[in-house]
Design a protein around this ligand. Structure first.
Ligand code: SF4
Length: 420
């Protein structure tokens, strides 16, 4: 936590002085991000979703969203978008209180969510004259990545995206540097997977959702491929492994959990405006999230993918196509089934996000399918990413309490039948 805080603090300070130092700034998104390419060209990335979720945690998103609605954004638009637009309308002050620089390039790596495209269309109006580069990522309609698709993406990178990035950066891409960063990325990804898989242990030493969203930060944002990120993940793994060997349970904001009563798999992003209250409902009940789909939004490393220094553009292409938001529904169900079985989960819970179609589409179907295949109790709650109007504490707590009762009853029945 200390290392990551320092990394982020330094990044935002660097961003606040980027223009005076002549550094170019690229706005881009987390799923399918091309961080190593940006950094290898000495540019600085900004991730609007991260700013939005940080604004949510700092209780600023509500007023930003209202400001965006006042200028015409409808209630149904993804609240990350409205929060981001509202933040810009209010001076674009970042999470550390420093002003974020305007973008020199909008780099859109379109992975599965159509909203990304509309989001940047809006930013284009807010920053007239800004350069735009788009990498079109084919959707995994048939659940496989074909050679044709990889070639299609590599061609875009080589012929359109990289030349445009080089023009904005004012320099040529150093492919050796890119490869070296991708090698670093792969080593960080190895550590990250070991951290995620530590939750297979009973009891789990980590909460793979509420703490997982912090752990995934450096890999999903401005640091993938850097020595700093590698150091961070090496240290994180060392700490988690030490906890596992000592049989310690996850840490939460109030200290260390004393009992692991339920092991859950969660689908969907968390709510950010009431993140602590939301988390508390779980740890108060002794529930640990042992795997989540949201922590795979920036890449499915635990299913084997690694960035590859020997094939830089091919591996960046595979990376974009393999992000969770680019998977089709059967792939998502298979993944959840795998998590429930591999991580010995007692139940499956969906946090359905009102404004995120990319996650929410098909969730009821997924729930029924998972219930049939795994025979575990499934639960469904609803909230939103950063709109505080859609987080009803009492409602969510009630539903979760009923869900935990259901888990308890099942456990009793199983133990009576000698199955547990
Ligand atoms: S709809 Fe969901 S995936 Fe798409 S931009 Fe909004 S939060 Fe991200």
């Amino acid at each position: 936590m200390i290392i990551q805080k320092e990394m982020l603090g330094n990044l935002f300070t660097e961003l606040s002085t980027a223009k005076e130092k002549g550094k170019k700034v690229v706005y881009t998104f987390v799923p399918g991000n091309l961080t190593e390419l940006i950094l290898a060209l000495d540019m600085l990335p900004v991730y609007p979703e991260i700013n939005a979720l940080q604004a949510g945690m700092r209780k600023k998103s509500g007023s930003y969203i209202k400001d965006a609605e006042k200028v015409g954004f409808s209630e149904d638009v993804c609240t990350y978008v409205k929060c981001d637009i509202g933040m810009m309308l209010n001076g674009n002050i970042g999470p550390t209180g420093e002003k974020l620089p305007d973008p020199d390039l909008l780099l859109l790596c379109y992975t599965g969510c159509f909203t990304f495209m509309k989001w940047f269309e809006n930013l284009e109006h807010l920053y007239p004259g800004v350069e735009i580069a788009m990498l079109h990522t084919p959707y995994q309609e048939d659940g496989i990545i074909t050679d044709d698709q990889i070639q299609y993406m590599v061609r875009q990178l080589r012929e359109e995206v990289i030349p445009k990035m080089e023009r904005v950066a004012g320099k040529k891409l150093d492919y050796d540097r890119l490869s070296q960063m991708l090698g670093n990325a792969a080593r960080s990804e190895d550590f990250w997977v070991k951290v995620l898989e530590s939750a297979k242990n009973v009891p789990s030493p980590i909460d793979a959702y509420f703490a997982g969203v912090y752990y995934m930060g450096p890999l999903n944002t401005a640091f993938r491929g850097t020595d700093l990120a590698l150091q961070y993940y090496r240290e994180l793994y060392r700490e988690v492994e030490e906890r596992r060997l000592q049989g310690l349970l996850p840490i939460n904001p109030e200290g260390e959990m004393k009992e692991e009563k339920y092991r859950l798999v969660v689908e969907g992003p968390p709510n950010w405006t009431n993140f602590r209250e939301f988390w508390k409902i779980f740890y108060d009940m002794g529930a640990v999230i042992v795997a989540s789909t949201y922590t795979k939004v920036g890449g499915l490393y635990d299913r084997g993918f690694r960035h590859d220094s020997a094939h830089p553009l091919e591996s960046l292409s595979r990376y974009c196509m393999g992000c969770y938001t680019n998977l089709n529904l059967p792939q998502r169900v298979d993944l959840i089934e795998h998590y429930i079985k591999e991580y010995k989960a007692d139940g499956f819970l969906i946090n359905s996000i009102k404004s995120c179609n990319s996650f929410s589409a098909g969730q009821l179907l997924m729930m029924r399918e998972v219930e049939q295949r795994c025979g575990v109790p499934v639960g469904f709650i609803e909230s939103d990413l950063v709109d505080p109007r859609y987080f009803s504490y009492a409602n969510i707590k009630n539903r979760l309490e009923s869900y935990f009762q259901m888990l308890e009853q099942r456990r009793m029945i199983m133990s009576q039948e000698g199955l547990a």
